[in-house]
Design a protein around this ligand. Structure first.
Ligand code: NAG
Length: 279
């Protein structure tokens, strides 16, 4: 695990008061929006991890312990998961014990008892994808929130979560023996067009100091999977046009920091591990 710490010298002092840890506010855009209360001193810290649910194996438990230590030191506000939450094939259903065995019983440190914001990865789509989106999981562990695409607003930073798996054509045309749970997607073309329209609108309206986009697949990567061509073509131009600061992803099981040569975007990969952000 490594830390990438970004400091912001002119921090806005914003306090959002919610009667619950998590509040949902309505918006004219299609993307659901969540307000994340900021710390009174106007700072924001969070951990990002991806490709993790292994019932403790593959060093998941060891990384979880280190996340607990770093989370404590940084006094984190929340945790972001970039997907591939449960290996190998997502959850079988809402009652799948893997949820407790790979999440609740692993991330036990005090500092990690915060809201988790998660998207789905391609491995999650190989199981019952809708189970992970179910509010019933929050009754088992209230930290859990996984949706396809949504926005978290903490004022200092606005984080735009994007469901990237349906962008990848080969999962539809050359599934290599895997089955994907495409319920709720309908026509992938329309799904992607609507998602990009909503994202564009939300990004253009954002007044946040930091604009961060999170997805499972890399736009740019020199790791095992490399670039995701569909995202280079369809998502990257929207991020460039809207002054996005960071794109954070998993999928490639490594740590990467790639700077865009055409815009200020920083591409950060944190698969099979975690890293930290502070603003
Ligand atoms: C766990 O971490 C140790 C120490 O870095 C490494 O030697 C080992 O290969 C890892 N195990 C797995 C299954 O990745």
């Amino acid at each position: 695990m490594a830390d990438f710490i970004f400091k912001n010298n002119s921090m806005a002092l914003v306090l959002v008061i919610c009667s619950f840890g998590l509040c949902l506010v309505s918006t004219h855009a299609e993307l659901q929006r969540f307000e994340q209360p900021a710390k009174t001193e106007g700072t924001l810290s969070f951990l990002v991890l991806g490709d993790w649910g292994r019932k403790g194996a593959f060093n998941q438990s060891e990384v979880a312990v280190q996340m607990g230590r770093v989370g404590e030191k940084m006094d984190i506000d929340f945790v972001v998961s970039t997907g591939d939450n449960f290996y190998d094939n997502g959850l079988t259903g809402k009652q799948d014990r893997a949820f407790v065995e790979s999440f609740t019983q692993i991330y036990t440190a005090n500092s990690l008892q915060k809201q988790w914001y998660s998207v789905l990865g391609n491995h999650d789509y190989r199981g019952n994808a809708e189970a992970q989106l179910s509010s019933q999981l929050r009754k088992i562990d209230s930290r859990w929130l996984c949706l396809r695409s949504f926005i978290v607003n903490s004022e200092l930073a606005e984080i735009f979560f994007v469901d990237t798996t349906p962008f990848v054509k080969s999962y539809f045309t050359d599934a290599e023996g895997h089955t994907y749970d495409w319920r709720g997607i309908g026509s992938p073309r329309d799904y992607i067009a609507n998602l990009l329209k909503d994202l564009k609108l939300a990004l253009s309206e954002s007044k946040a100091k930091w604009k961060i986009v999170v997805g499972h697949h890399a736009i740019r990567s020199i790791g095992h999977h490399g670039d995701t061509e569909e995202l280079v073509r369809k998502l990257h131009p929207i991020l460039k046009a809207n002054n996005v600061d960071f794109y954070m992803n998993g999928h490639d099981h490594c740590l990467e920091h790639i700077s865009d040569t055409e815009s200020p975007i920083q591409f950060l990969t944190s698969g099979a591990g975690s890293k930290a952000w502070r603003g």
